[in-house]
Structures are given as structure tokens and as C-alpha cells.
Design a protein around this ligand. Sequence first.
Ligand SMILES: [Fe+2]
Ligand SMILES: [Fe+2]
Length: 178
Amino acid sequence: MSDNNQPQASGIDTAAIRAAAQNLSDGPVTAGYKGDREAVLKMLNDALATELVCINRYKRHYYTVSGKNNAAVKAEFLEHAGEEEKHADWLAERIVQLNGTPDYNPATLHERSHAEYDDSLEVQSMVRADLIAERVAIEAYRQMIERIGDTDPVTTQLLIKIMAEEEEHADDMRDLLE
Ligand SMILES: [Fe+2]
Ligand SMILES: [Fe+2]
């Protein structure tokens, strides 16, 4: 390693790495962070709202679906509710890492969510509403991933991981659609 403070031939900026020893209250966010932090936080909070609405919709479907022929669908609803909760937790954790605050305010949840709540009573209507919500979530995550790109690789990687599960959810719901 050179003592030279100029960017190295490798492209590594030693001075910027040393500067990371300052501003400790910024936690994981260093001066070199390339994302538009406010925009990223807004996207993550909208995604959090979406996940919270999706938890509620799947829980509602899980508890209200009935009939001995619907045991498999019921189990699927519960599994998805659990995975949406995991997504919400990942997003809240990332928001805090980026020095933001996760917004759980129920009063504005639905208007901030990309996906809709649904209180259908008939099982195929539930599956259809869930498939629509998953497709909406997939498209929202796709746009966020494109927008953030390599300006914040950890956030992008997280969004890709969540989006992959939303694609599985959409596929599961399509399989249950008659
Ligand atoms: Fe999700
Ligand atoms: Fe999902």
C-alpha cells in the first residue's frame, strides 16, 4: 500500500478510504456513498408500506378462507404472509442503516403502498387479488432496482432478493388460479 494520497493506479482512492474514519455518527454511510439517499429512503419506505399492506391482505385471506378443499391455498396464504413480514423487516433494517426512519404509520399506509388491500370472501377472488398485488410489487421493485442501479449496491442486492421472492409468490398464485 502506498502513502500517496492520490487515487492509485488500481482506481482505489486511499484518501477517501481514510476519510471514512470521520463522521462516525453516519454509521454505515460514508462520504463516498453514491446513492440519492433521500430518494432511496422514499423508495424503501414505499416498499415497506407495500409489504405491510401485503401482510394484512394475506393474513385476512388466511383467516377467512374456509372449506376442506382450500387447505393448500390457506397454507400458501400463511406462508406468503410470513415472507412479506420478512421483507418488511429487511426494508426497515436497511432504512435505519441509511440513517432514515421506517414509516409504520397506519393512517397513511394504504396511500403509500403500491399494492392494494383486499377483503374478498371467495377464494378465487382472493387468489386473483394476491396475484395482481404480486405483479404490482414485482414491477415496483424492478423500477427501484433500475433507478438505484450500482449507486447503492447493497440496497440493490436487497431489492433483487425480495423481488425474486415476489416472482415466486406470483407464480404460486397463478398456479392456484382456476
Ligand atoms: Fe414482499
Ligand atoms: Fe409477495
